[in-house]
Design a protein around this ligand. Structure first.
Ligand SMILES: [Zn+2]
Length: 85
């Protein structure tokens, strides 16, 4: 089984099992489920790094994208709750 020294463990597409991805920048929508007072509210995170499966076109967040989404969701919850003014 050939291996290249630079490639990390490839992500496998949950939809089709594909392992080839194209880089994309897109908007990621998060629907809050907690805290209960904010359940159902949506946070749009813009310009997030995504990867798109070349086989089926489904999109998932990259590691960097996920970190950005987590930061934005944390800040969004604080804004919704009025912690920041
Ligand atoms: Zn796929």
């Amino acid at each position: 089984m050939p291996r290249t020294g630079t490639s990390r463990t490839s992500t496998i597409c949950l939809q089709c099992g594909g392992t080839t991805w194209a880089r994309r920048i897109g908007t990621h929508l998060v629907r809050l489920t907690e805290p209960a007072s904010l359940a159902g509210k949506e946070i749009h995170v813009y310009r997030v790094a995504l990867q798109e499966c070349k086989a089926c076109g489904c999109r998932i967040l990259t590691r960097a994208g996920r970190a950005k989404v987590e930061r934005c969701v944390t800040r969004g919850i604080q804004l919704f709750l009025g912690f920041l003014s």
